[in-house]
Design a protein around this ligand. Structure first.
Ligand SMILES: Nc1nc2c(ncn2[C@@H]2O[C@H](COP(=O)(O)OP(=O)(O)O)[C@@H](O)[C@H]2O)c(=O)[nH]1
Ligand SMILES: [Mg+2]
Length: 402
Protein backbone atom coordinates (compact mmCIF):
# COMPACT_ATOMS: atom_id res chain seq x y z
CA UNK A 1 0.00 0.00 0.00
CA UNK A 2 1.28 3.49 -0.84
CA UNK A 3 0.37 6.89 0.54
CA UNK A 4 -0.04 10.17 -1.23
CA UNK A 5 -0.17 13.67 0.20
CA UNK A 6 -2.40 16.40 -1.16
CA UNK A 7 -2.18 20.06 -0.19
CA UNK A 8 -4.47 22.99 -0.94
CA UNK A 9 -5.46 26.34 0.60
CA UNK A 10 -8.64 24.84 2.13
CA UNK A 11 -9.80 21.42 3.29
CA UNK A 12 -12.55 21.34 0.62
CA UNK A 13 -10.14 22.20 -2.16
CA UNK A 14 -7.78 19.46 -1.01
CA UNK A 15 -10.65 16.93 -1.02
CA UNK A 16 -11.70 18.04 -4.50
CA UNK A 17 -8.17 17.58 -5.73
CA UNK A 18 -8.15 14.02 -4.35
CA UNK A 19 -11.50 13.22 -5.96
CA UNK A 20 -10.32 14.55 -9.31
CA UNK A 21 -7.15 12.52 -9.20
CA UNK A 22 -8.26 9.31 -7.51
CA UNK A 23 -12.05 9.28 -7.64
CA UNK A 24 -14.43 8.81 -4.72
CA UNK A 25 -13.19 5.54 -3.41
CA UNK A 26 -10.19 6.51 -1.26
CA UNK A 27 -9.20 6.08 2.36
CA UNK A 28 -8.07 9.23 4.19
CA UNK A 29 -5.22 8.45 6.54
CA UNK A 30 -4.77 11.90 8.08
CA UNK A 31 -5.65 15.54 7.57
CA UNK A 32 -4.21 18.63 9.20
CA UNK A 33 -4.00 22.35 8.87
CA UNK A 34 -0.37 23.28 8.20
CA UNK A 35 -0.78 27.01 7.97
CA UNK A 36 -3.70 29.10 9.12
CA UNK A 37 -5.19 31.54 6.62
CA UNK A 38 -4.41 35.20 7.38
CA UNK A 39 -5.60 38.44 5.83
CA UNK A 40 -2.49 38.65 3.67
CA UNK A 41 -1.80 34.97 2.79
CA UNK A 42 -3.82 31.81 2.03
CA UNK A 43 -3.89 28.83 4.35
CA UNK A 44 -2.47 25.39 3.68
CA UNK A 45 -4.18 22.01 4.33
CA UNK A 46 -2.59 18.64 3.99
CA UNK A 47 -4.49 15.37 3.50
CA UNK A 48 -2.78 12.00 3.27
CA UNK A 49 -4.60 9.17 1.52
CA UNK A 50 -3.94 5.49 1.04
CA UNK A 51 -3.71 4.40 -2.62
CA UNK A 52 -3.56 1.10 -4.43
CA UNK A 53 -0.45 0.76 -6.55
CA UNK A 54 -2.08 1.30 -9.94
CA UNK A 55 -4.98 3.53 -8.95
CA UNK A 56 -3.20 6.82 -9.56
CA UNK A 57 -2.80 6.14 -13.27
CA UNK A 58 -6.56 5.90 -13.91
CA UNK A 59 -8.26 8.91 -12.43
CA UNK A 60 -11.18 9.04 -14.88
CA UNK A 61 -13.28 5.97 -15.43
CA UNK A 62 -14.58 5.53 -18.95
CA UNK A 63 -16.81 2.86 -20.40
CA UNK A 64 -13.91 1.27 -22.20
CA UNK A 65 -11.97 1.21 -18.93
CA UNK A 66 -14.90 -0.65 -17.49
CA UNK A 67 -14.82 -3.31 -20.17
CA UNK A 68 -11.07 -3.63 -19.92
CA UNK A 69 -11.28 -3.87 -16.16
CA UNK A 70 -13.78 -6.71 -16.46
CA UNK A 71 -11.54 -8.35 -19.03
CA UNK A 72 -8.55 -8.11 -16.78
CA UNK A 73 -10.38 -9.42 -13.75
CA UNK A 74 -11.67 -12.33 -15.84
CA UNK A 75 -8.11 -12.96 -16.99
CA UNK A 76 -6.96 -12.84 -13.36
CA UNK A 77 -9.60 -15.39 -12.43
CA UNK A 78 -8.42 -17.68 -15.21
CA UNK A 79 -4.83 -17.47 -14.07
CA UNK A 80 -5.70 -18.13 -10.44
CA UNK A 81 -7.78 -21.12 -11.45
CA UNK A 82 -5.05 -22.58 -13.62
CA UNK A 83 -2.53 -21.96 -10.82
CA UNK A 84 -4.66 -23.74 -8.27
CA UNK A 85 -5.18 -26.66 -10.62
CA UNK A 86 -1.40 -26.86 -11.16
CA UNK A 87 -0.62 -26.90 -7.46
CA UNK A 88 -3.37 -29.45 -7.07
CA UNK A 89 -1.55 -31.71 -9.48
CA UNK A 90 1.49 -31.54 -7.31
CA UNK A 91 -0.37 -32.55 -4.18
CA UNK A 92 -0.39 -36.28 -4.26
CA UNK A 93 -2.44 -37.16 -1.20
CA UNK A 94 -5.79 -35.67 -2.31
CA UNK A 95 -8.51 -38.27 -2.58
CA UNK A 96 -9.33 -38.94 -6.24
CA UNK A 97 -13.06 -38.42 -5.73
CA UNK A 98 -12.63 -34.91 -4.42
CA UNK A 99 -10.20 -34.26 -7.20
CA UNK A 100 -12.69 -35.27 -9.89
CA UNK A 101 -15.34 -33.11 -8.32
CA UNK A 102 -12.98 -30.20 -8.18
CA UNK A 103 -11.93 -30.70 -11.78
CA UNK A 104 -15.60 -30.68 -12.81
CA UNK A 105 -16.16 -27.48 -10.88
CA UNK A 106 -13.07 -25.96 -12.45
CA UNK A 107 -14.18 -27.00 -15.91
CA UNK A 108 -17.52 -25.36 -15.35
CA UNK A 109 -15.82 -22.28 -13.98
CA UNK A 110 -13.45 -22.04 -16.93
CA UNK A 111 -16.29 -22.37 -19.42
CA UNK A 112 -18.17 -19.66 -17.53
CA UNK A 113 -15.14 -17.39 -17.80
CA UNK A 114 -14.70 -18.26 -21.46
CA UNK A 115 -18.31 -17.13 -21.92
CA UNK A 116 -17.55 -13.87 -20.18
CA UNK A 117 -14.57 -13.30 -22.40
CA UNK A 118 -16.62 -14.05 -25.53
CA UNK A 119 -19.24 -11.57 -24.38
CA UNK A 120 -16.67 -8.95 -23.50
CA UNK A 121 -15.02 -9.47 -26.85
CA UNK A 122 -18.37 -8.83 -28.52
CA UNK A 123 -19.01 -5.73 -26.43
CA UNK A 124 -15.52 -4.25 -26.76
CA UNK A 125 -16.37 -3.71 -30.42
CA UNK A 126 -19.64 -2.19 -29.45
CA UNK A 127 -18.63 0.26 -26.76
CA UNK A 128 -20.45 3.18 -28.33
CA UNK A 129 -23.76 1.31 -28.21
CA UNK A 130 -23.12 -0.22 -24.84
CA UNK A 131 -26.15 -0.38 -22.64
CA UNK A 132 -26.34 -0.77 -18.89
CA UNK A 133 -27.54 -4.33 -19.40
CA UNK A 134 -25.77 -6.59 -16.92
CA UNK A 135 -25.54 -9.89 -18.69
CA UNK A 136 -24.89 -13.12 -16.80
CA UNK A 137 -21.98 -14.91 -18.51
CA UNK A 138 -24.14 -17.92 -19.41
CA UNK A 139 -26.11 -15.68 -21.78
CA UNK A 140 -23.09 -14.36 -23.61
CA UNK A 141 -22.98 -16.89 -26.43
CA UNK A 142 -26.63 -16.36 -27.31
CA UNK A 143 -26.18 -12.60 -27.04
CA UNK A 144 -23.18 -12.59 -29.36
CA UNK A 145 -24.92 -14.87 -31.90
CA UNK A 146 -28.14 -12.86 -31.99
CA UNK A 147 -26.21 -9.62 -32.21
CA UNK A 148 -24.14 -10.89 -35.13
CA UNK A 149 -27.33 -12.02 -36.89
CA UNK A 150 -28.38 -8.41 -37.41
CA UNK A 151 -31.13 -8.32 -34.80
CA UNK A 152 -31.66 -4.75 -33.59
CA UNK A 153 -29.93 -3.94 -30.28
CA UNK A 154 -33.18 -2.51 -29.02
CA UNK A 155 -34.93 -5.86 -29.41
CA UNK A 156 -32.03 -7.96 -28.25
CA UNK A 157 -31.46 -5.95 -25.07
CA UNK A 158 -35.15 -5.96 -24.25
CA UNK A 159 -35.46 -9.70 -24.78
CA UNK A 160 -32.36 -10.27 -22.63
CA UNK A 161 -33.66 -8.00 -19.90
CA UNK A 162 -37.01 -9.76 -19.76
CA UNK A 163 -35.43 -13.18 -19.84
CA UNK A 164 -33.07 -12.37 -17.00
CA UNK A 165 -36.01 -11.04 -15.05
CA UNK A 166 -38.35 -13.97 -15.54
CA UNK A 167 -36.22 -17.04 -16.18
CA UNK A 168 -36.14 -19.39 -13.17
CA UNK A 169 -32.83 -18.98 -11.30
CA UNK A 170 -32.01 -22.67 -11.58
CA UNK A 171 -32.35 -22.62 -15.35
CA UNK A 172 -29.96 -19.69 -15.71
CA UNK A 173 -26.93 -21.74 -14.84
CA UNK A 174 -27.51 -24.26 -17.58
CA UNK A 175 -26.49 -23.05 -21.01
CA UNK A 176 -28.45 -25.71 -22.89
CA UNK A 177 -31.59 -24.80 -20.98
CA UNK A 178 -30.99 -21.13 -21.74
CA UNK A 179 -30.66 -21.84 -25.43
CA UNK A 180 -33.84 -23.89 -25.42
CA UNK A 181 -35.64 -21.13 -23.56
CA UNK A 182 -34.55 -18.53 -26.11
CA UNK A 183 -35.46 -20.73 -28.99
CA UNK A 184 -39.00 -21.14 -27.65
CA UNK A 185 -39.31 -17.46 -26.78
CA UNK A 186 -38.18 -16.17 -30.18
CA UNK A 187 -40.27 -18.76 -31.98
CA UNK A 188 -43.34 -17.43 -30.25
CA UNK A 189 -42.48 -13.96 -31.48
CA UNK A 190 -42.35 -14.85 -35.20
CA UNK A 191 -45.72 -14.42 -36.93
CA UNK A 192 -46.23 -16.90 -39.76
CA UNK A 193 -49.09 -17.02 -42.27
CA UNK A 194 -49.85 -20.62 -42.97
CA UNK A 195 -50.66 -21.38 -46.58
CA UNK A 196 -54.28 -22.32 -47.07
CA UNK A 197 -55.23 -23.72 -50.41
CA UNK A 198 -58.40 -22.04 -51.59
CA UNK A 199 -61.38 -24.05 -52.63
CA UNK A 200 -63.61 -22.91 -55.49
CA UNK A 201 -65.68 -20.82 -55.74
CA UNK A 202 -63.33 -18.78 -53.54
CA UNK A 203 -60.70 -16.76 -55.33
CA UNK A 204 -57.53 -15.10 -54.27
CA UNK A 205 -55.96 -11.98 -55.75
CA UNK A 206 -52.38 -11.43 -54.64
CA UNK A 207 -50.40 -8.28 -55.46
CA UNK A 208 -46.63 -8.19 -54.96
CA UNK A 209 -44.95 -4.91 -54.17
CA UNK A 210 -41.45 -3.96 -53.09
CA UNK A 211 -38.16 -2.40 -54.16
CA UNK A 212 -36.61 -3.10 -57.56
CA UNK A 213 -34.56 -6.26 -57.83
CA UNK A 214 -35.70 -8.00 -54.64
CA UNK A 215 -37.16 -10.86 -56.64
CA UNK A 216 -40.86 -10.06 -57.06
CA UNK A 217 -41.16 -11.37 -60.60
CA UNK A 218 -39.15 -14.51 -59.86
CA UNK A 219 -41.27 -15.20 -56.77
CA UNK A 220 -44.48 -14.75 -58.77
CA UNK A 221 -43.25 -17.25 -61.36
CA UNK A 222 -42.46 -19.73 -58.57
CA UNK A 223 -45.83 -19.20 -56.89
CA UNK A 224 -47.71 -19.50 -60.19
CA UNK A 225 -46.05 -22.89 -60.73
CA UNK A 226 -46.76 -23.91 -57.14
CA UNK A 227 -50.47 -23.07 -57.27
CA UNK A 228 -50.94 -24.43 -60.80
CA UNK A 229 -48.94 -27.65 -60.52
CA UNK A 230 -47.42 -28.40 -57.16
CA UNK A 231 -50.15 -28.31 -54.51
CA UNK A 232 -52.39 -31.24 -53.63
CA UNK A 233 -54.92 -30.08 -56.18
CA UNK A 234 -54.23 -28.08 -59.32
CA UNK A 235 -55.50 -24.57 -59.48
CA UNK A 236 -56.23 -22.16 -62.30
CA UNK A 237 -53.75 -19.33 -62.15
CA UNK A 238 -53.75 -16.03 -64.05
CA UNK A 239 -51.08 -13.33 -64.05
CA UNK A 240 -51.32 -9.56 -64.44
CA UNK A 241 -48.29 -7.37 -64.84
CA UNK A 242 -48.26 -3.71 -63.96
CA UNK A 243 -44.51 -3.64 -64.46
CA UNK A 244 -44.63 -2.14 -67.93
CA UNK A 245 -42.03 0.55 -67.28
CA UNK A 246 -38.91 -1.49 -67.25
CA UNK A 247 -37.65 -2.82 -70.53
CA UNK A 248 -37.57 -6.59 -70.32
CA UNK A 249 -39.79 -6.78 -67.24
CA UNK A 250 -42.89 -7.85 -69.17
CA UNK A 251 -40.92 -10.27 -71.33
CA UNK A 252 -39.49 -11.95 -68.25
CA UNK A 253 -42.91 -12.82 -66.88
CA UNK A 254 -44.37 -13.50 -70.36
CA UNK A 255 -41.72 -16.16 -70.87
CA UNK A 256 -42.56 -17.89 -67.61
CA UNK A 257 -46.32 -17.65 -68.27
CA UNK A 258 -45.87 -19.14 -71.72
CA UNK A 259 -43.79 -22.00 -70.38
CA UNK A 260 -46.42 -22.79 -67.77
CA UNK A 261 -49.30 -22.15 -70.20
CA UNK A 262 -50.86 -19.54 -67.93
CA UNK A 263 -52.87 -16.51 -69.10
CA UNK A 264 -51.19 -13.14 -68.63
CA UNK A 265 -52.48 -9.57 -69.05
CA UNK A 266 -50.43 -6.38 -69.13
CA UNK A 267 -51.86 -3.24 -67.62
CA UNK A 268 -50.88 0.45 -67.71
CA UNK A 269 -53.64 2.31 -65.87
CA UNK A 270 -56.43 1.54 -63.37
CA UNK A 271 -59.20 1.16 -66.00
CA UNK A 272 -57.11 -1.48 -67.84
CA UNK A 273 -56.61 -3.13 -64.48
CA UNK A 274 -60.32 -3.62 -63.88
CA UNK A 275 -60.68 -5.08 -67.35
CA UNK A 276 -57.74 -7.41 -66.88
CA UNK A 277 -59.14 -8.67 -63.57
CA UNK A 278 -62.47 -9.35 -65.22
CA UNK A 279 -60.81 -11.16 -68.09
CA UNK A 280 -59.09 -13.46 -65.60
CA UNK A 281 -62.00 -13.91 -63.18
CA UNK A 282 -62.42 -17.61 -63.90
CA UNK A 283 -59.02 -18.26 -62.25
CA UNK A 284 -58.61 -19.42 -58.64
CA UNK A 285 -55.47 -17.38 -58.10
CA UNK A 286 -54.59 -14.10 -59.77
CA UNK A 287 -51.00 -12.95 -59.19
CA UNK A 288 -50.16 -9.31 -59.87
CA UNK A 289 -46.61 -8.16 -60.57
CA UNK A 290 -45.86 -4.48 -60.06
CA UNK A 291 -43.29 -1.98 -61.11
CA UNK A 292 -40.42 -2.13 -58.70
CA UNK A 293 -39.80 1.18 -57.05
CA UNK A 294 -37.28 2.66 -54.73
CA UNK A 295 -38.84 3.10 -51.31
CA UNK A 296 -38.23 6.83 -51.72
CA UNK A 297 -40.21 7.03 -54.94
CA UNK A 298 -43.49 8.08 -53.31
CA UNK A 299 -45.11 8.83 -56.65
CA UNK A 300 -44.81 5.26 -57.92
CA UNK A 301 -46.01 3.80 -54.64
CA UNK A 302 -48.99 6.16 -54.63
CA UNK A 303 -49.79 5.19 -58.22
CA UNK A 304 -50.02 1.60 -57.01
CA UNK A 305 -52.59 2.60 -54.42
CA UNK A 306 -54.76 4.09 -57.19
CA UNK A 307 -54.98 0.58 -58.69
CA UNK A 308 -56.44 -0.67 -55.43
CA UNK A 309 -59.51 1.54 -55.78
CA UNK A 310 -60.99 -0.45 -58.69
CA UNK A 311 -63.91 -2.80 -58.13
CA UNK A 312 -62.85 -6.37 -57.72
CA UNK A 313 -64.61 -9.70 -57.12
CA UNK A 314 -62.19 -10.54 -54.30
CA UNK A 315 -60.08 -8.55 -51.92
CA UNK A 316 -56.59 -7.72 -53.17
CA UNK A 317 -54.05 -9.16 -50.80
CA UNK A 318 -50.85 -7.07 -50.67
CA UNK A 319 -47.54 -8.91 -50.23
CA UNK A 320 -44.47 -6.82 -49.52
CA UNK A 321 -41.42 -8.60 -50.95
CA UNK A 322 -38.15 -7.90 -49.13
CA UNK A 323 -34.63 -9.20 -49.47
CA UNK A 324 -32.85 -10.96 -46.59
CA UNK A 325 -29.63 -9.16 -47.43
CA UNK A 326 -31.11 -5.75 -46.60
CA UNK A 327 -30.06 -4.51 -43.19
CA UNK A 328 -32.66 -3.90 -40.49
CA UNK A 329 -32.67 -0.09 -40.68
CA UNK A 330 -33.27 -0.21 -44.45
CA UNK A 331 -35.97 -2.86 -44.07
CA UNK A 332 -37.79 -0.53 -41.70
CA UNK A 333 -37.37 2.38 -44.09
CA UNK A 334 -38.74 0.31 -46.99
CA UNK A 335 -41.63 -0.97 -44.90
CA UNK A 336 -42.59 2.52 -43.74
CA UNK A 337 -42.63 3.91 -47.25
CA UNK A 338 -44.64 1.04 -48.68
CA UNK A 339 -47.06 1.06 -45.79
CA UNK A 340 -49.24 3.65 -47.53
CA UNK A 341 -50.49 0.45 -49.14
CA UNK A 342 -52.47 -1.91 -46.88
CA UNK A 343 -49.76 -4.55 -46.46
CA UNK A 344 -51.08 -7.97 -45.42
CA UNK A 345 -48.09 -10.25 -45.60
CA UNK A 346 -44.32 -10.23 -45.96
CA UNK A 347 -42.26 -12.44 -48.28
CA UNK A 348 -38.51 -12.70 -47.82
CA UNK A 349 -36.18 -13.49 -50.71
CA UNK A 350 -32.48 -14.30 -51.11
CA UNK A 351 -32.25 -16.26 -47.86
CA UNK A 352 -29.60 -18.26 -49.68
CA UNK A 353 -27.34 -15.22 -49.89
CA UNK A 354 -26.89 -14.70 -46.15
CA UNK A 355 -26.80 -16.71 -42.94
CA UNK A 356 -27.81 -13.80 -40.73
CA UNK A 357 -31.54 -13.61 -40.23
CA UNK A 358 -31.83 -11.32 -37.21
CA UNK A 359 -32.69 -8.33 -39.39
CA UNK A 360 -35.83 -10.09 -40.63
CA UNK A 361 -36.76 -11.16 -37.12
CA UNK A 362 -36.57 -7.56 -35.93
CA UNK A 363 -38.71 -6.33 -38.79
CA UNK A 364 -41.36 -8.94 -37.98
CA UNK A 365 -41.29 -7.86 -34.37
CA UNK A 366 -41.74 -4.22 -35.27
CA UNK A 367 -44.42 -4.63 -37.91
CA UNK A 368 -46.29 -7.66 -36.49
CA UNK A 369 -46.98 -8.67 -40.10
CA UNK A 370 -46.86 -12.39 -40.82
CA UNK A 371 -44.41 -13.98 -43.27
CA UNK A 372 -45.81 -16.33 -45.87
CA UNK A 373 -42.92 -17.56 -48.07
CA UNK A 374 -39.15 -17.65 -48.29
CA UNK A 375 -37.36 -17.49 -51.59
CA UNK A 376 -34.13 -19.43 -51.22
CA UNK A 377 -32.49 -19.21 -54.64
CA UNK A 378 -32.90 -18.25 -58.30
CA UNK A 379 -34.28 -21.55 -59.49
CA UNK A 380 -37.89 -21.36 -60.77
CA UNK A 381 -40.02 -23.03 -59.46
CA UNK A 382 -38.07 -25.01 -56.86
CA UNK A 383 -36.35 -22.38 -54.72
CA UNK A 384 -39.43 -21.37 -52.78
CA UNK A 385 -40.69 -22.62 -49.43
CA UNK A 386 -43.51 -21.94 -47.05
CA UNK A 387 -42.32 -19.71 -44.24
CA UNK A 388 -41.70 -21.22 -40.83
CA UNK A 389 -40.17 -19.85 -37.65
CA UNK A 390 -37.58 -22.63 -37.26
CA UNK A 391 -35.88 -21.73 -40.50
CA UNK A 392 -35.45 -18.12 -39.45
CA UNK A 393 -34.18 -19.12 -36.01
CA UNK A 394 -31.31 -21.07 -37.57
CA UNK A 395 -29.88 -17.79 -38.79
CA UNK A 396 -30.20 -16.25 -35.33
CA UNK A 397 -29.24 -18.86 -32.75
CA UNK A 398 -27.19 -21.53 -34.48
CA UNK A 399 -23.46 -21.06 -34.51
CA UNK A 400 -22.87 -23.83 -37.04
CA UNK A 401 -25.30 -22.19 -39.45
CA UNK A 402 -23.36 -18.90 -39.49
N1 LIG B 1 -29.86 -15.70 -54.88
C1 LIG B 1 -31.12 -15.39 -55.10
N2 LIG B 1 -31.45 -14.61 -56.14
C2 LIG B 1 -32.75 -14.32 -56.35
C3 LIG B 1 -33.76 -14.77 -55.49
N3 LIG B 1 -34.95 -14.29 -55.93
C4 LIG B 1 -34.65 -13.57 -57.04
N4 LIG B 1 -33.34 -13.58 -57.31
C5 LIG B 1 -32.62 -12.91 -58.40
O1 LIG B 1 -32.70 -11.52 -58.23
C6 LIG B 1 -32.73 -10.86 -59.48
C7 LIG B 1 -33.94 -9.91 -59.55
O2 LIG B 1 -35.12 -10.69 -59.55
P1 LIG B 1 -36.51 -10.14 -60.11
O3 LIG B 1 -37.53 -11.20 -59.88
O4 LIG B 1 -36.38 -9.64 -61.52
O5 LIG B 1 -36.73 -8.91 -59.15
P2 LIG B 1 -37.89 -7.78 -59.18
O6 LIG B 1 -37.25 -6.55 -59.77
O7 LIG B 1 -38.26 -7.57 -57.78
O8 LIG B 1 -39.00 -8.31 -60.00
C8 LIG B 1 -32.76 -11.95 -60.51
O9 LIG B 1 -31.46 -12.15 -60.99
C9 LIG B 1 -33.25 -13.16 -59.74
O10 LIG B 1 -32.78 -14.38 -60.31
C10 LIG B 1 -33.39 -15.59 -54.37
O11 LIG B 1 -34.19 -16.03 -53.53
N5 LIG B 1 -32.06 -15.85 -54.22
MG1 LIG C 1 -39.88 -7.52 -61.67
Amino acid sequence: MKYKTFTAPTYTEAINKIKQTLGDDVVIVSSREIKRKTLSSPGLYEIVVEIEDDKEKKPLKTESDDVLLKLSSAAKEISSISKSSLSENKTKDIKSNTKNDEILILKEEISRIADTLKYLHATVWDITNKTELELPPEFSEIYALAKASGMSSKHLDEIMRLTIKYMPIKMRKNRIAIKRYFHTLLKKMIPVRIEREIKPPHKKILMFVGPTGVGKTTTIAKLAARYAYKLSSRHKVGIITLDTYRIGAVEQLMTYAKMMRLPIETVVDPSDFEEALNALRHNDYILIDTVGSSQHDKEKIEKLSSFLKVNTFAEININLVLSAITKYEDLIDIYNNFSILPIDTLIFTKLDETRSYGNMFSLLLDTKKPISYYSIGQEVPDDLMEANAEYLLKGILEKEFN
